[in-house]
Design a protein around this ligand. Structure first.
Ligand SMILES: O=C(O)CCC(=O)C(=O)O
Length: 312
């Protein structure tokens, strides 16, 4: 399979668990990022509010509507991350980057996987998540479901309902918090189920993160139209996509000014709570590249072959 990280041990951990923690930025680089976060934003208010306004939400620079700011923040993070991505990864490129600000007494983020960004769902795209302050459960560090990156029901397009939406609480019980020091990075598979709890402290929790993909791959966006649930439209994208498009708008409307590569069938399969739990247990012994969807297909083909031989 294609190499991801130069370090064998780190690569093995990433493939088996879905994440690995590594030393990443220097103290100076962490300070530079914190300065950038403060200075780049015009009003520095970060507009942190939840839909119901009952408690503070979180600020995610990639979702900011100020395109000019988004461009500056994205480029600022990328410049600092890029030499480290080159140092650790075997031919990966950064597709986008973002600051994440979790205010005191807020910032809960529910369970999710990230949407795929290449045409082959078995490509391993990663998030490099780097806290700019020490993080643990008290200020809402990342919680992950180890091994869940191998459980993929198909194309997890942006806006497509998560397969585990009916048993999100079970998912949370299967997860564990990953504490980290400022400047360490948690590199995780885009498919890993993760979430984060509220920041219960009185200090802000800041992180910076990038999305990186194999350098030789064309990046794509799978568009899911709720009115056409049987298919996904695939668009060619590049780094500009994450700056110029307002991601939240793409939940409701087809992207404009992008080259469409056409449609693929929605072959996503439901995964029941029982299947999820048993896949998670079984997953520990599976090869990392064996995703759920492949297993299912293999089984179907075997059954078909069996039935055919019965009628010979
Ligand atoms: O920073 C956090 O607390 C969570 C970030 C996250 O889950 C994400 O960016 O997908």
């Amino acid at each position: 399979m294609r190499r991801i990280l130069f370090d064998d041990k780190a690569q093995k951990e990433l493939l088996q668990r879905g994440y690995v923690k590594v030393p990443f930025l220097s103290a100076k680089e962490v300070s530079l990022l914190l300065e950038g976060l403060e200075q780049l934003h015009l009003n520095n208010k970060f507009n942190i509010k939840n839909e119901d306004d009952s408690q503070p939400g979180y600020y995610y620079s990639i979702l900011d509507e100020d395109i000019d700011y988004k461009r500056k923040a994205t480029e600022y993070i990328q410049k600092i991350f890029a030499p480290h991505v080159e140092r650790l990864f075997d031919g990966y490129k950064i597709l986008t980057s973002s600051f994440f600000v979790k205010p005191p007494k807020g910032g809960f983020l529910d369970t999710h996987q990230h949407f795929p960004v290449t045409t082959n769902i078995n490509d391993i795209s990663v998030i490099i998540w780097c806290p700019l302050v020490d993080v643990d459960e008290s200020n809402g560090t990342l919680q992950v479901v180890e091994g869940s990156h191998k459980i993929v029901p198909g194309v997890l397009a942006y806006g497509y309902p998560p397969f585990f939406s009916q048993y999100s609480d079970v998912i949370k019980k299967c997860s564990k918090p990953i504490p980290a020091k400022a400047g360490e990075a948690i590199i995780f598979d885009n498919n890993l189920i993760h979430w984060s709890t509220e920041n219960t402290t009185h200090q802000y929790r800041h992180t910076a993160q990038v999305l990186a993909i194999p350098a030789e791959k064309q990046a794509v966006f799978y568009y899911f139209d709720k009115n056409l649930p049987d298919k996904f439209e695939v668009f060619e994208i590049n780094n500009e996509f994450f700056i110029e498009q307002i991601l939240l708008e793409l939940l409701e409307k087809r992207p404009e000014n992008l080259n469409s590569l056409g449609f693929i069938k929605n072959e996503n399969q439901p995964i029941s709570e029982e299947t999820f739990i048993s896949m998670l247990k079984k997953g520990k012994g599976l090869l990392p590249e064996i995703h759920f969807i492949k297993e299912e297909k293999k089984q179907k083909i075997n059954w078909l072959a069996k039935i055919k031989t019965m009628f010979r």
